[in-house]
Design a protein around this ligand. Structure first.
Ligand code: SAH
Ligand code: SF4
Ligand code: F3S
Length: 455
């Protein structure tokens, strides 16, 4: 099989959540290990891999447009394959399987979320046998951690602790395309965290659709607090995790958020709606009161914590009063960041069968109203950091100002840091610097460099 990959160039386009982004690192790692070379554009590539998302309709539509428009891109000079091969993986691959090949004749490989490891074989077969290869499994054989991974940066890493989801929120396709929740043994997580820190990781983000239910399948009880202890021991500077489901955020975890100093002061706690009626119809299994109780406990444990959330506007049957309850909750909590989505019916989910007769303009108006509030509250939260000293993990040279760098604060705020003229901005990427906040905006902070904390 290896000879197929020797002169092969591939590019990868990734949509959707961090799960997909992490899976893409493994795809790149596997193909590179076989000798293929990653390139950044379709024009240069012999194989184009799409890692797809179907959580909302827009992502579906976009993929089809992109695959179709590729037909017009000429094959690169010297391509060993003679024509460009297209592979579709991720959640649309998992959901649609064979049907994709029928619908999109220029697709050569379809794989799913449970069989990443098969991709090299499928690509080789598609090239050598000149026929489309489709392989989608219903369940993964084991936790896909043994695959090589190409990490884009050594200073920040994702560490999956669970895959899949058992929650079946009524609007959500994820449990159908990612399968049942599977946890990774605690000792594997501890070992990987240690290895990542030795390799230079300053930030580790634990990943799972619901990290708080970690361990139920393995240990019969949720043991996310133990994961936090184990990863904290690695000495990583910033420990983050996503996502937390409010129904499973327990007191032990809240205690760790307060007591483990390297757990970053940022919590993403998806609320989805502030109306109990809508929350019940969403099958979220908590009430607004329970959620607000959690917020209070978390703030008592960690007063500086920045809270962020996800909200769906326009769930079937959402009334003005339901929306108002969401609006009031957002106002009360004061999030630093809110990801707002307009409800998108997903075929096969229970909510897709509910009558949904709220006019589009009404939903759009609610969405806009909520977004204005979110901006106002985010600005209010950021203004509290005006004129304070913060740490910033530098991610890049600033796109607009070559004399500055951009990165994130422990609270996960975007920060643009102006540097003295004698510091080379590129040399700071991946370092932690200290900075003084000069200007707080709704979506970012401006700050002045005060020193290097850790290279
Ligand atoms: N497991 C994570 C979220 C995964 S999907 C969690 O529970 O927090 C990310 C977000 O997409 C969800 O939180 C939800 O707000 C949104 N989402 C999911 N399905 C959707 C749909 N059908 N329409 C609109 N937004 C949706
Ligand atoms: Fe979807 Fe709910 Fe699972 Fe999150 S917890 S992935 S919203 S089903
Ligand atoms: Fe999208 Fe799949 Fe993630 S549907 S949000 S890429 S789990």
């Amino acid at each position: 099989m290896n000879e197929v990959f020797n002169d092969l160039r591939f590019c990868i386009h990734t949509f959707g959540c961090q799960m997909n982004k992490h899976d893409s690192e493994r795809v790149v790692g596997m193909l590179e290990a076989l000798g293929a070379q990653q390139v950044s554009t379709i024009e240069e590539a012999d194989v184009v891999v799409f890692m797809t998302c179907c959580v909302r309709e827009a992502a579906d539509v976009r993929l089809r447009g992109q695959v179709n428009s590729m037909k017009n891109v000429p094959v690169r000079a010297g391509s060993p394959t003679g024509r460009r091969h297209v592979a579709i993986g991720g959640c649309i691959g998992q959901r649609d399987g064979e049907a994709l090949v029928r619908e999109l004749p220029n697709v050569d490989v379809v794989f799913g979320t449970m069989n990443l490891a098969s991709l090299p074989r499928l690509i080789a077969d598609a090239i050598q046998k000149e026929s489309a290869q489709v392989e989608v499994l219903d369940a993964s054989l084991d936790f896909p951690t043994s695959l090589p991974s190409h990490r884009e940066k050594n200073w920040s890493a994702w560490l999956p602790i669970t895959i899949g989801c058992n929650n079946f929120c009524s609007y959500c396709i994820v449990p159908y395309v990612r399968g049942r929740e599977k946890s990774r043994p605690l000792e594997d997580i501890r070992k990987e965290a240690r290895g990542l820190v030795l390799a230079g990781a300053k930030e580790i983000t634990l990943l799972g659709q619901n990290v708080n239910s970690y361990g139920r399948d393995l240990y019969g009880e949720a043991r996310f607090a133990d994961v936090l202890d184990a990863v904290h021991e690695s000495g990583v500077r910033y420990l983050r995790f996503a996502t937390s489901h409010p129904k499973d955020l327990n007191d032990q975890v809240i205690e760790r958020i307060g007591s483990l100093e390297r757990v970053a002061p940022a919590l993403h706690l998806a609320v989805q709606s502030g109306s109990d009626r809508v929350l019940a119809a969403m099958n979220r299994r908590y009430t607004a009161e329970h959620y607000l109780g959690l917020v209070q406990k978390v703030r008592a444990a960690r007063p500086d914590i920045a809270l962020s959330t996800d909200i769906i506007v326009g769930f079937p049957g959402e009334t003005e009063a339901d929306f108002q309850a969401t609006y009031d909750l957002v106002k009360e909590v004061g999030y630093t960041q809110v990801f707002t989505f307009i409800y998108s019916p997903r075929e096969g989910t229970p909510a897709a069968k509910l009558p949904n007769d709220t006019p589009r303009e009404v939903i759009q108006e609610r969405f806009d109203r909520l977004r204005d509030l979110v901006e106002c509250k985010a600005w209010e939260a950021n203004r509290r950091d005006q004129d304070t000293d913060i740490e910033v993990l530098v991610e890049s040279v600033n796109r607009k100002d070559a004399g500055a760098v951009s990165g994130r604060s422990p609270k996960n705020q975007n920060v643009h840091v102006a540097l003295p003229a004698d510091i080379d901005p590129a040399s700071l990427v991946g370092s932690v610097v200290s900075a003084h906040v000069s200007d707080a905006r709704p979506w970012f902070l401006r700050a002045d460099y005060t020193g290097l904390v850790e290279r």
